[in-house]
Each structure stands twice: as structure tokens, then as C-alpha cells.
Design a protein around this ligand. Structure first.
Ligand SMILES: CC(C)(COP(=O)(O)OP(=O)(O)OC[C@H]1O[C@@H](n2cnc3c(N)ncnc32)[C@H](O)[C@@H]1O)[C@@H](O)C(=O)NCCC(=O)NCCS
Ligand SMILES: Nc1ncnc2c1ncn2[C@@H]1O[C@H](COP(=O)(O)OP(=O)(O)OP(=O)(O)O)[C@@H](O)[C@H]1O
Length: 294
């Protein structure tokens, strides 16, 4: 199905920015998510609330717009990589200003920022595979202006020898393309509600992601609990089934007891919702009129 966003680069960039911000808000509101901020509350977080997440999402619209506009029909080269890096860091500063210094969306800016840029590179004509491949090319290029920070994520990837946010992007977002999007569309097709299909997509990501947020707070025990709990939900038929919902409730309790929150998986769900809306994929099955309300 072909999308009909506003035409031209300015209209297209505005539309992309709106869809990206909306994807972040829909991810944050989706409930019940294990350990994460959602419409019920703050999950395992003490410094995050839903209204803070929403404020943060809105603060990122100008960054998303700039990323889309500046990437329009450009090739993935060093110049674009450096520009995208600078805009991403400015977006992080914007987020920190809006939240009073709380990290609400660092991982999300990275994933959605690259995907917005990648979608704009093909002027909104790309399939999910083409968008992810462009994002991977950009993420694999060096950004000499990037500050050398030994972040929590980097620390976890070294300590546990696992891939993190950088590698997920450099590999073309396999958790989005190979797990979440197919699950989202399968669940919709089998009659799940939109909320259930999105929760199932989140579970699909959680079955295999090495989420450095979980590793930093709860180590390998937390990661294994997350992955096996998510597998149980899907093995029980997903959240459209009572047994699947019971397994999800169990997983939520376990994540809270371990003080674990799969923030990386949440970012990739937002990325999935974005790609689902912007990619020109024939197989898309969406119950919503595409972006008519955006
Ligand atoms: C790559 C980023 C995320 C930093 O990663 P790093 O692991 O060092 O840092 P940090 O621990 O602060 O953040 C990691 C975040 O990624 C998310 N995440 C965690 N695990 C994963 C995973 N396996 N896959 C994807 N995302 C994950 C979480 O939200 C987590 O909080 C990013 O902030 C960055 O380098 N930005 C630089 C600006 C830039 O180049 N932007 C370009 C696109 S806008
Ligand atoms: N609904 C959500 N709830 C919580 N985190 C989310 C949600 N959606 C996305 N995230 C992602 O999770 C990340 C939060 O990471 P993390 O929990 O590691 O924060 P931190 O403040 O760096 O660490 P800590 O909370 O352990 O002090 C954000 O960067 C954000 O992109």
C-alpha cells in the first residue's frame, strides 16, 4: 500500500516529524508494558513519568523535522553522518532541557533519528528493508565529532560481550524488521486488537534483544528473565489470549522485583510503529486509516 504524505521535502519532513513524535507517545502510553513507563505509572523508574515522556517526545519534533529535511534525497556519506550526529546530540540537549536533566529518550533519538534520516534519503518512497539498509549505512560510518563517553550502554556491551544500540542500528535493526514488524502484522491479521498487536510486537523484541538498560540494572539474571518471560507470553498465544495476558502480568511482576526496565526494547517498538507507518510495504495490514489524524 502506498502512503500519501504531504508532497515535497518540507511537507514530507513535517509529516515524518509528526509521525515520529506520535510513535514515541503511542509507545509510552501503551499498557501494560513490563517494567516500563506506561499509562498505569512509572514501572521500575523513579525519575520518569508518562507526562515527562510525552513532554520529551514533543520537545523532539524540531530535531526530527531537521533530520528529515537535511537528509532529503541525500546519499549516506560521511558529511550526512556528521550532520545527523550533530542534530542527534542537539536533540539530546533539547530533551534534557525539556525534562530537567532526565534521560527519557536517548536510545529512541538514536534509533528514530537514523530511521527518519534514512526514510528522507529515499524521499519517503522506501520499503522497510530499504529504510533499514540506509540507516545501517549511516550508523556504520564514523562520526569524528562524537565525544568519547564511557556510557552505561557501552559498559554493559563490553562487560557482557553483547551487541547494544549501535550494533542494532549497524545491522539494520533486525529486531524491528525480522521480529517486531512481522509479529505486529501477524497479530493484527489473527484478530488481535491494535493494543494487543503492539504488546505482542514488544514481546517479540524482548525474546532476543540484549537490552543494555536491563543488563545495567539487573545483569544477566534480568536479561534472561526478560527473554524467557516474553517467550512465554508469545507461546501462550500472545496478549489476545487470557493465558498470554497472565504470562505478561507475571513478567511485569518479575521485572519490577528485579528493578529492570527494557528501555531498549521500548525504543525499538517506537521504531517499529514508525516504520509501520512510513514504509512503502505491500504487506502492511493496519486497522487505522494511515496517518489521517497526524
Ligand atoms: C548510540 C547511542 C544510543 C549511545 O549508546 P550507548 O550504548 O553508548 O549509550 P547509553 O547507555 O546512554 O544509551 C543506550 C540506549 O539505547 C537503548 N538500547 C539499549 N539496548 C539496546 C539494544 N540492544 N538495541 C537498541 N537499543 C538499545 C536504550 O534506550 C539505552 O538507554 C547514542 O546516544 C549516540 O551515540 N548518539 C550520538 C548522536 C548520533 O550520532 N545520533 C545519530 C542519530 S540521531
Ligand atoms: N516507556 C519507556 N519507559 C522507560 N524507558 C523508555 C521507555 N521508552 C523508551 N525508553 C528508553 O529507555 C531509556 C532509559 O534508559 P535507562 O533506564 O538506562 O535510563 P538512565 O536514566 O540512563 O538509567 P537509570 O534509570 O538506570 O538510572 C531511554 O533512553 C529511552 O530511550
Amino acid at each position: 500500500m502506498k502512503l500519501q504524505p504531504q508532497t515535497g521535502e518540507e511537507g514530507g519532513a513535517q509529516w515524518l516529524a509528526r509521525v515520529a513524535t506520535h510513535s514515541l507517545i503511542e509507545e509510552a502510553r501503551l499498557s501494560p508494558k513490563p517494567g516500563l513507563v506506561d499509562s498505569r505509572g512509572s514501572g521500575a523508574h523513579h525519575d520518569l513519568t508518562l507526562s515527562l515522556m510525552e513532554r520529551s517526545a514533543h520537545s523532539l519534533s524540531p530535531t526530527f523535522y531537521a533530520l528529515a529535511l537535511q537528509s532529503w534525497q541525500r546519499p549516506a556519506d560521511i558529511a550526512l553522518r556528521q550532520l545527523v550526529g550533530r542534530l542527534g546530540r542537539e536533540g539530546e540537549a533539547q530533551m534534557m532541557e525539556a525534562t530537567g536533566g532526565v534521560n527519557t529518550h536517548r536510545g529512541a533519538i538514536w534509533a528514530l533519528g537514523l530511521l527518519i534520516s534514512a526514510a528522507a534519503m529515499c524521499a519517503l518512497e522506501g520499503s522497510s528493508e530499504e529504510i533499514a539498509a540506509n540507516a545501517a549505512k549511516l550508523a556504520s560510518l564514523p562520526d569524528s565529532a562524537a565525544p568519547k563517553i564511557f556510557s552505561k550502554g557501552l559498559c554493559a556491551t563490553r562487560r557482557y560481550r553483547v551487541p547494544g544500540a549501535r550494533e542494532e542500528a549497524q545491522q539494520g535493526f533486525p529486531h524491528v524488521l525480522q521480529l517486531a514488524l512481522p509479529q505486529l502484522r501477524r497479530s493484527r491479521q489473527s484478530g488481535a486488537t491494535e493494543q494487543q498487536a503492539r504488546l505482542d510486537a514488544l514481546m517479540a523484541i524482548m525474546t532476543s534483544l540484549s537490552d543494555t538498560c536491563v543488563l545495567s540494572r539487573a545483569g544477566l539474571e534480568g536479561l534472561e528473565a526478560m527473554q524467557s518471560g516474553a517467550r512465554s507470553v508469545l507461546a501462550a498465544g500472545g496478549t489476545a489470549r487470557a493465558k498470554g495476558r497472565a504470562a505478561l502480568e507475571q513478567l511485569d511482576k518479575q521485572m519490577l522485583a528485579l528493578n529492570a526496565s527494557p528501555g531498549g526494547a521500548a525504543d525499538l517498538l517506537a521504531a517499529t510503529l514508525l516504520i509501520d507507518r512510513i514504509a512503502c510495504d505491500d504487506a502492511r495490514v493496519s486497522p487505522l486509516p494511515q496517518h489521517s489524524h497526524l
